[in-house]
Every structure is written in structure tokens, then in C-alpha cells.
Write a protein that binds this ligand. Structure first.
Ligand code: NAD
Length: 503
């Protein structure tokens, strides 16, 4: 909606500790995926709006950097307590705009909360090093300092957890933040901004900029922004990394995925089938760690496919606020795109075991429904295998040996997550050593690391050197300084133009 009067239900930006309407009337519709209804309009920032919000973060930074660690962590603890008490409110907001079922929305908040809890330990994490008498009467210390205003650009699929991978650590370390949520589910970010204000965070330390490419481009090029944490599809991650770094910023850009689950002949096939269904269809497959390709090794295919199909048939697809296992897809456009991959798989000769295009969903007639879909005998040149689909479509690829399975994964452009199901410790150990993927599960289908480890893939699943949260997150949001100190001592005066040497 361009150039029309701003409607009342517009979802705004947040800066200087309060809502900011922005200067344009450009908006995009936000829908409830379970009904298809337009429930609001989100503001789309102009360049001037972007500058206004970035200025708010820049103005707040110096005082926040100088706020004691004790005070900063008190505010973090307060945010954690409020979040823990009030997370059902946030879960409802997520379900209403994303579509995932309420229990899943609560799950993502809890995983984000773990990062808040990790960041409450920032005083310990920021401890530097000190060497006394490195040279005669010379001491050396290493400290880490915050970067300045940083930007987080988030995808639609985890409107609370993904921003929380970054902002608790960035804020605890003394940075100020501009969060640019996905325009598909923008309200969770505003709810979290209000919670920060309630927790006592000074105005301007946490800001929200709503918008599309215009907002992103302002964040990537504005010299006041010092670092970018991006999560989204690979082509946009590549663009963000190239543009941000060419403007002198530190960038970590997490991209797309195609996660394989290898099932060896000795595996417990019931456990493997449960895992494939949970990891393939949870959140309607809209997870970057979802399993989308099951690699059945050495003759387990028939039994495994039959067990997966039996379980998948029991999944209730419906409105996430009701008694459903799996919700709708995020938008009609995305639903139709995922369905078109199923069309293509069928055309290309895959065996359609379960067809989610025909689904009796417990929800609105205009909801963006697609049921669990299972394709067997998928070949590696089919688009259903080569592309990231990001929907409830599980492909089974049959191979003869472990080596073939490994080659398949290692030749894939993505390297986010993978899993192996086996009772053979030697095979599992070999897999974790040989597979070129950032996060590995052994009899665990979605191996999302705990907050105190770092999250990130390899190859086209991550651009940059540092992964999200854990100690790499602390490193990303701080930079090192080494201070060499000598207090005045008359015996050490005099001119010496040679390169400093230790003695
Ligand atoms: P997306 O790339 O479409 O959007 C991500 C963000 O980039 C949004 O804020 C969006 O507004 C912005 N954006 C979109 N197009 C842009 C453009 N041309 N220029 C500048 N900015 C642009 O991703 P999505 O559809 O919101 O999310 C799904 C994708 O995210 C999937 O590919 C999924 O694998 C990936 N993802 C990856 C991880 C991970 O940890 N690797 C985690 C979650 C999601």
C-alpha cells in the first residue's frame, strides 16, 4: 500500500524507548496464516526512518557502554524474569502471524531465553587477561570492548528466537541494537521492545526498524552501524555479507539449509521414523534445522518409508491455537511455492507416498494449508532434492552404502545441520569426523546447540567467521584491545628509537 493514508492498525517502529510511526505511509499486509485474513499493516521504513532509528541507537550507545556490568546484568535478569512470566503472550503473537502451533512458539521462546540466561553471565565472559612484569616493570592487559550500534536482520521463521540468539549478548556486552524483523511477522519484535523498557533498559539501547530491502540497505551502508547479524535465505545472506563488509562492517550472515538424516542398516527404525517425522514436519518444515532429506542406506528404505508414512498420517494439521500438531505455511505465496515443488517431484518421477496438497485442515477455509508430504525414490537431480523447499515435504533418497551417503552430504552446497541414526559407535564417530556440516546429531534429528555453544553452519549456510551465541557470540559483539602499561620510574627515561624489545 503506497501513498495511501496510514491505517490505525499499523505495526510501527520502536526508537528512543517508544513507538515511532515513521515518515512514510508505505506498508505491507500482515496475515494470520490459519485464516488468511489480513490482521494488520506493517510500516515499511524509508531511508529517513532508518536513519532516525539508527540515530536513536547511536545516541544511546556511549552511556550504555559506560554503564557498569553489574547494572547491565541486573537489567538482563529483569528481562529474563519478565520473559519467563509472560512468554504465553509472546507465543500467541507468534502463532497469530507465523502460524506455528502454540507449543512450538513457546519452545522457540524458551530456546531464546536460554541465550538471555547465558548473557546474564557476561561479567564472567568479558573477563580479560593480565600479565604483570611482561617486561621489567611493564604490565600488559587484554580487554574486550563493545562495538557500537549493531543491527540484527531476522527471518520470518523464528521471530523471537533468532533475534534472541544475538541481542542479549550484544546488549549485555555494552552495544546498542537495531532489530529489523521479517515483514511477515513483525509484532514479536515490538513486544520484546516493550519488555526491555519494562525491564529498565535505557531508551535507545534496543530499537526496532520495520521494513524491507530499503531498511536493510540503510543498515548495511549507514556508517553508524558497526556490525550486522543476519539470518535468512542464502542469496540474501550473500548480498548482506558482501554489502556489509564492503562498508567496513563486521558481518555474520547465516543462510539456508538442506539437512540430511542418514539412516544406517543397524539403526532402530522406529526411533529413526519418529525423528524423521518430528524433524521433517515440526513447524511445517519451516525450520533451518528441519530434516528435508532422509538418506536410507543399504536396504532399509521400504521399512523406513512405511514407518514414516504411518506416523505422518496421524499428524493433525490445523490452526495453531487449536489442538493441532502442525500449522499452516506462513503466506499463500509460500504455500503455493512449496506445493509447486511437490508437483515437480511427481512430474520428475518420485514416488508420492503422502500428498499434503490434499489436506483436511482444522482451520479457516482460506488458511495457507499444506499437509505432510512424503516423496520416496527421490533422485539427486530433482528440484525437490536440490532446492531448499522450507515446507512439510520430506524426500527419501536411497543409497547403497555409508560412503555414498557421506558423498551426497559433502557435495551439497549447504552445510547447516545433519544427523546420523545408527547403533554403531564407530560409524557415528567416523561420520562426525568426515561430514562437512556445522552441526551434527547422532541419533538426534535437530541438533540445535545449547546457548553456551555456538550455532552455525558451513559452506553456503553461513558467511563470516563467527557463529551465533556462545563464546563466538561474545567475540562477535566485542573487539579486543591490549594495553601495555609502565608507571613513571626515573630509571626508565631516555630516548630509544629502536623497535620495543622486552627485557
Ligand atoms: P529471507 O532471506 O527472505 O529474509 C530474511 C530477512 O532479509 C528479512 O528480514 C527480509 O526482510 C530481508 N530481505 C529479504 N529479501 C531481501 C533483499 N532482497 N535485500 C535485503 N533484505 C532482504 O528469509 P526468510 O524467508 O524470512 O526466512 C527463511 C530463510 O531463512 C530460509 O532460507 C532458512 O533456511 C533461513 N534461516 C536460516 C537459519 C540459520 O540459522 N542458518 C535460521 C533461520 C532461517
Amino acid at each position: 500500500m503506497k501513498g495511501k493514508a496510514m491505517p490505525n492498525n499499523v505495526i510501527q517502529h520502536w526508537s528512543d524507548g517508544k513507538p515511532f510511526a515513521g515518515t512514510t505511509t508505505d506498508t505491507a499486509p500482515v496475515t494470520n496464516p490459519a485464516t488468511g485474513a489480513v490482521t494488520g499493516q506493517v510500516a515499511l521504513a524509508s531511508v529517513a526512518d532508518g536513519q532516525h532509528v539508527i540515530d536513536s541507537a547511536a545516541a544511546a550507545f556511549p552511556a550504555w557502554r559506560d554503564t557498569s556490568l553489574a547494572k547491565r546484568t541486573q537489567i538482563l535478569f529483569a528481562f529474563r524474569e519478565l520473559l519467563n512470566t509472560r512468554k504465553p503472550e509472546l507465543a500467541k503473537i507468534i502463532t497469530a502471524e507465523h502460524g506455528k502451533v502454540l507449543s512450538d512458539a513457546l519452545g522457540e521462546i524458551s530456546r531464546g531465553q536460554e541465550v538471555v540466561e547465558f548473557a546474564c553471565g557476561m561479567p564472567h565472559l568479558l573477563k580479560g587477561g593480565m600479565t604483570e612484569n611482561a617486561s621489567t616493570k611493564v604490565d600488559v592487559s587484554a580487554i574486550r570492548q563493545p562495538l557500537g550500534p549493531i543491527a540484527i536482520i531476522a527471518p520470518f521463521n523464528f521471530p523471537a528466537m533468532v533475534p534472541m540468539w544475538f541481542f542479549p549478548i550484544a546488549i549485555a556486552a555494552g552495544n546498542s541494537v537495531v532489530l529489523k524483523p521479517s515483514e511477515k511477522d513483525p509484532s514479536a519484535a515490538l513486544w520484546m521492545a516493550e519488555l526491555w523498557a519494562e525491564a529498565g533498559l535505557p531508551a535507545g539501547v534496543f530499537n526496532v526498524l520495520q521494513g524491507d530491502k530499503t531498511a536493510v540497505d540503510e543498515l548495511l551502508t549507514n556508517p553508524k552501524i558497526k556490525a550486522i547479524s543476519f539470518v535468512g535465505s542464502t542469496p540474501v545472506a550473500q548480498y548482506v555479507y558482501a554489502t556489509g563488509t564492503s562498508h567496513g562492517k563486521r558481518v555474520q550472515a547465516l543462510g539456508g539449509a538442506k539437512n540430511h538424516m542418514v539412516v544406517l542398516p543397524d539403526a532402530d527404525l522406529d526411533l529413526a521414523a519418529d525423528a524423521a517425522v518430528n524433524a521433517g514436519f515440526g513447524s511445517a518444515g519451516e525450520r533451518c534445522m528441519a530434516i528435508s532429506a532422509v538418506v536410507a542406506v543399504g536396504g532399509v528404505g521400504d521399512e523406513l518409508v512405511s514407518k514414516i508414512a504411518d506416523r505422518a498420517r496421524t499428524i493433525k494439521t490445523g490452526d495453531g491455537t487449536r489442538d493441532a500438531d502442525m500449522g499452516p505455511l506462513v503466506t499463500k505465496v509460500h504455500r503455493d511455492k512449496v506445493a509447486s515443488y511437490v508437483d515437480a517431484g511427481e512430474r520428475d518421477g518420485a514416488t508420492l507416498v503422502l500428498d499434503g496438497r490434499v489436506v483436511d485442515a482444522d482451520g479457516g477455509a482460506d488458511g495457507f494449508w499444506l499437509g505432510p508430504t512424503l516423496l520416496d525414490n527421490v533422485a539427486t537431480d530433482m528440484s525437490v532434492y536440490t532446492d531448499e523447499i522450507f515446507g512439510p515435504v520430506l524426500s527419501v533418497v536411497r543409497v547403497g552404502t555409508y560412503d555414498e551417503a557421506l558423498r551426497l552430504i559433502n557435495s551439497n552446497q549447504y552445510g547447516n545441520g545433519t544427523a546420523i541414526f545408527t547403533n554403531d559407535g564407530g560409524a557415528a564417530r567416523r561420520f562426525q569426523n568426515e561430514v562437512e556440516v556445522g552441526m551434527i546429531g547422532i541419533n538426534v534429528p535437530i541438533p540445535v546447540p545449547m546457548a553456551y555453544y555456538s550455532f552455525g553452519g558451513w559452506k553456503n549456510s553461513l558467511f563470516g567467521d563467527m557463529h551465533a551465541h556462545g563464546t563466538e557470540g561474545v567475540q562477535f559483539f566485542t573487539r579486543g584491545k591490549v594495553v601495555t602499561t609502565r608507571w613513571l620510574d626515573p630509571s626508565h627515561g631516555g630516548l630509544e628509537l629502536g623497535f620495543p624489545q622486552n627485557n
